[in-house]
Design a protein around this ligand. Structure first.
Ligand SMILES: *[C@@H]1O[C@H](CO)[C@@H](O)[C@H](O)[C@H]1NC(C)=O
Ligand SMILES: *[C@@H]1O[C@H](CO)[C@@H](O)[C@H](O)[C@H]1NC(C)=O
Ligand SMILES: *[C@@H]1O[C@H](CO)[C@@H](O)[C@H](O)[C@H]1NC(C)=O
Ligand SMILES: *[C@@H]1O[C@H](CO)[C@@H](O)[C@H](O)[C@H]1NC(C)=O
Ligand SMILES: *[C@@H]1O[C@H](CO)[C@@H](O)[C@H](O)[C@H]1NC(C)=O
Ligand SMILES: *[C@@H]1O[C@H](CO)[C@@H](O)[C@H](O)[C@H]1NC(C)=O
Ligand SMILES: *[C@@H]1O[C@H](CO)[C@@H](O)[C@H](O)[C@H]1NC(C)=O
Length: 311
């Protein structure tokens, strides 16, 4: 793996600067990294990092999620939508004890129609000193089934619907991604319109918003609005900041004047509301879809040309 240091002053006055770097030559079949800041090779990835291709399947098997389950020692990834006759798969990467890949299977969880993002999940009353026993997946629904949150237990292949409507008469559009707050146990999630744009959901009847749901009480509240398409979300590891991506640049069409942006918010001391929305990052290649925060405070996002990391 090679790390190419970007000369920001050379770039500033040369729009063609990147074409001079071998790293941006996509016909070169090696993983290369562009570093915009020294902290990259000092504290994110060391220069001795290696990478290898694990598997390449002939359909979009690796689309969202990437949720590790300890009991089955496997990583669960949802595939991309293809057709109502060929519903979204859970692509399961079964690992060996040394974390190498054993094999990869495609399956489905019960009561989960068209999965999108997911995360590990402690149901109410679960032992939080043990690894999370469940996962909560965003079910985008279809023309018959509601969109909402489904809790699954990968070990027993059982599931239950946690939430499938907004306070009764209103339906979600197609919930997209979720996180469980580590202190309150609340599920924070985004609702986007991609099921409609992919032609398996009715037209949205509610704004695209970010929600907080209390599994213990049923309380459901809007945390943030003002998005074109809220997509990935993540808490910083100190739980003081919420990051939400807006992938509005793609929707009914690709329009690069709409957002491809990560917003940051302050999370209130009671862990229930947010304030002080600001633009954290704008992505110049594709869209920031799923995001993660690491324990050093970096934010990682899947984007058009690979993974972007911000300090
Ligand atoms: C990209 O890489 C290929 C294969 O190594 C090489 O033939 C080609 O000249 C390179 N293109 C540029 C613009 O450097
Ligand atoms: C890579 O470099 C880091 C930092 O110098 C070191 O801690 C680590 O052991 C190295 N890893 C390997 C596989 O050499
Ligand atoms: C699910 O996996 C099977 C292979 O087991 C594949 O043929 C099918 O196209 C996949 N469907 C989706 C939507 O990923
Ligand atoms: C889990 O249950 C679903 C639906 O009942 C079924 O389609 C799937 O094959 C099961 N998966 C496993 C690994 O048994
Ligand atoms: C909770 O999990 C921890 C770690 O596995 C275990 O030591 C503890 O006994 C469990 N507590 C209960 C009440 O089961
Ligand atoms: C909500 O979704 C359900 C299930 O698909 C459907 O029967 C119902 O008509 C929808 N309600 C509204 C107001 O769109
Ligand atoms: C792109 O989106 C902007 C903002 O919504 C809109 O004003 C503009 O007309 C769109 N452009 C095209 C070519 O559709």
């Amino acid at each position: 793996m090679s790390i190419v240091n970007v000369d920001l002053l050379a770039l500033a006055t040369n729009p063609l600067y990147f074409s001079t770097l071998s790293v941006t030559n996509i016909s070169t079949p090696a993983i290369s990294l562009l570093s915009y800041d020294n902290s990259w090779s000092q504290s994110v990835l060391y220069t001795n990092a290696t990478a290898r291709l694990l598997v390449d399947l002939p359909y979009q098997a690796f689309h969202e999620g990437g949720v590790y389950d300890a009991a089955t020692h496997a990583l669960y990834v949802s595939s991309n939508y293809q057709s109502l006759q060929d519903p979204i798969n859970m692509t399961i990467i079964h690992l060996n004890q040394d974390w190498s890949v054993n094999n990869i299977t495609a399956s489905q969880f019960p009561n989960l129609q068209e999965a999108n993002g997911g995360t590990t999940f402690y149901p109410v009353g679960a032992n939080i000193s043990a690894p999370p026993p469940n996962q909560v997946w965003c079910d985008q629904g279809d023309f018959i089934h509601y969109s909402g949150l489904v809790s699954v237990n990968p070990e027993s292949n059982s599931s239950n619907v946690v939430l499938n409507n907004f306070l009764g008469p209103r339906n979600f559009s197609s919930v997209n991604d979720a996180r469980q707050h580590p202190i309150t146990g609340d599920i924070w999630f985004t609702d986007a319109a991609y099921g409609y744009y992919q032609n398996f959901r009715p037209a949205p009847t509610i704004p695209q918003q970010v929600y907080r749901f209390e599994p213990a009480t049923g309380v459901l509240q809007i945390v943030a609005d003002g998005f074109v398409q809220p997509n990935g979300l993540e808490f910083s590891s100190d739980l003081k900041t919420l990051y939400v991506t807006d992938t509005g640049a793609t929707g009914p069409d690709l329009n690069l004047t709409r957002p491809a942006t990560i917003y940051a918010y302050n999370i209130s001391p009671n862990h229930r509301t947010v304030s002080n929305r600001r633009t954290f990052a704008y992505v110049d290649s594709g869209l920031p879809d799923g995001i993660h925060a690491d324990t050093s405070g970096n934010v990682w996002a899947g984007c058009g040309d690979g993974v972007h990391v911000w300090n």
